[in-house]
Design a protein around this ligand. Structure first.
Ligand SMILES: [Zn+2]
Length: 445
């Protein structure tokens, strides 16, 4: 083929490739969110107080005293045409709030970090979007101070505590309880271990070790770090088949003591017969709650978090609380897997704010939030904590050139399509967001 033919075919093939790419991109944008991004976020009648304000000369006045620890800016947004293909952003001062492509309607931006600044005005800058209305609402929350509070963090898997609550737990007296060893999931180490059950046993051991050592980075005492040794994706079965011993799907192991014995010697964990059954899990939490007596229990939200192990960890805690009779204190609920088919939440990058998610599960008027600020240093420390969690790092295939190429291709496509969903980007933010509920009202009598 001579040079003229090569040019001729290139002129035919290249436009086709570009057209296919653009079509793929448009399809990807359209299927990115499984909900209507042009609809309002439906949260109504919440907050301890609401201040009505207006955007004037690109600013809003926030004339409030410092008793308010958490606040949201309810603002009506409309993406520009460019904002249908690139994520629109609202900047409040030096914080970025990333919206959905094509976003339209009311959104609730987390402006908690501005409340303590005392400069009484926030500069608003809009990229690929505009305010549809100059009228805004500032919804404020006055939560109990965190000083001298004891915090129990429930982590269904190694890394959930760090993703959801590193900033909260590292700056307070905390007990970290990880429920499972994280012994299932992707075969990250199949390059070096052929046998499936041996692979997952080693993976479970590594992630178990992650779960009891990473909190040490935050200065958590050894006795306040526990892993209960249950297996990935078994909690629902343990709940459904209450009298049955549920073996690990990954390794066939039926003895939680295989892992529990590796906890620190003085860890707050009860003796166990090692059977992975529901009543043992509930009794583990009864023992821990009675011995630690937390003021705040941080745990997955039953509706907002779709992961089965997350939901059933929370159900086990609630059942344990009923058994203990404890009614004081508060739940701080989190979601690491937002329900409703939202592929990427929170959207954005490290350092951006975590705003309210779309209300896809009908949370009622009692929604109460607590935003915990992460300083620049907190964010660096949180990054290091996530980096120390092996499962958040790359599959071992990166060691080989072919694997590195596959990783490069995978990451590049995710970046182009706006599907980047790694937890370093999703969790290392200027704040952590919790949904607060009094234990008494959540549990009832
Ligand atoms: Zn998890």
């Amino acid at each position: 083929m001579n040079i003229r033919n090569i040019i001729k075919w290139s002129l035919i093939v290249m436009p086709v490739l570009i057209a296919l790419y653009v079509l793929n991109y448009i399809w990807s944008v359209r299927t990115h969110y499984n909900y209507d991004v042009t609809a309002n976020y439906e949260y109504n009648n919440f907050g301890d107080t609401v201040i009505y304000t207006q955007i004037a000369e690109g600013k809003i006045l926030v004339n409030v005293d410092d008793k308010w620890d958490s606040g949201l800016l309810k603002i009506n947004i409309k993406a520009t045409n460019k904002g249908k293909f690139f994520n629109p952003e609202v900047r409040t001062g030096n914080e970025t709030h990333v919206l959905e492509r094509g976003a339209q309607g009311f959104r609730f931006l987390n402006i908690s970090n501005h409340l303590q600044l005392n400069n009484h005005e926030i500069q608003l800058d809009f990229k690929y979007c505009n305010p549809a209305d100059v009228t805004c609402e500032i919804i404020l929350f006055n939560n109990q101070p965190l000083q001298n509070k004891k915090i129990l963090v429930v982590s269904p898997h190694p890394d959930d505590a760090e993703i959801a609550a590193w900033g909260l737990y590292s700056n307070n007296e905390s007990l970290i309880v990880t429920v499972t060893t994280g012994d299932f999931g992707p075969k990250n180490y199949d390059e070096i271990v052929d046998n499936d059950s041996l692979h997952y046993l080693l993976k479970g051991r590594l992630r178990f070790w992650n779960s009891i050592t990473v909190p040490l980075l935050a200065g958590i005492e050894q006795k306040n770090i526990v892993n209960l040794g249950y297996s990935d994706l078994t909690l629902k079965d343990m709940f459904d088949y209450k009298d049955s011993v549920i073996a690990s799907h990954a390794t066939g192991l039926k003895n939680t003591n295989y892992y529990r014995e590796r906890n620190f010697k003085d860890a707050i964990i009860p003796e166990s017969d090692g059977r992975p059954i529901w009543s043992n899990l509930v009794n583990d939490f009864v023992y821990i709650i009675q011995n630690f007596n937390p003021d705040i229990i941080v745990l997955p939200h039953l509706l907002l978090d779709y992961h089965a192990d997350h939901k059933y960890s929370t159900l086990a805690v609630i059942e344990a609380i009923r058994k203990t009779g404890k009614r004081d204190g508060q739940f701080y609920f989190y979601t690491n897997h937002l329900t409703g088919g939202v592929r990427v939440w929170p959207d954005g990058r490290m350092g951006d704010a975590i705003d309210l998610p779309p209300n896809l599960c009908g949370l009622g008027d009692s929604v109460r939030i607590r935003s915990v600020k992460l300083t620049a240093n907190d964010q660096i420390e949180k990054t290091m904590a996530l980096e120390a969690m092996n499962d958040l790092r790359m599959d071992l295939e990166w060691l080989w050139v072919k694997g590195t190429w596959l990783k490069f291709r995978y990451r590049t496509m995710k970046e182009i399509m706006g599907h980047e969903d790694n937890y370093f980007f999703k969790a290392v933010r200027s704040n952590e967001l919790f949904f607060v509920e009094d234990i008494n009202s959540a549990i009832g009598n």
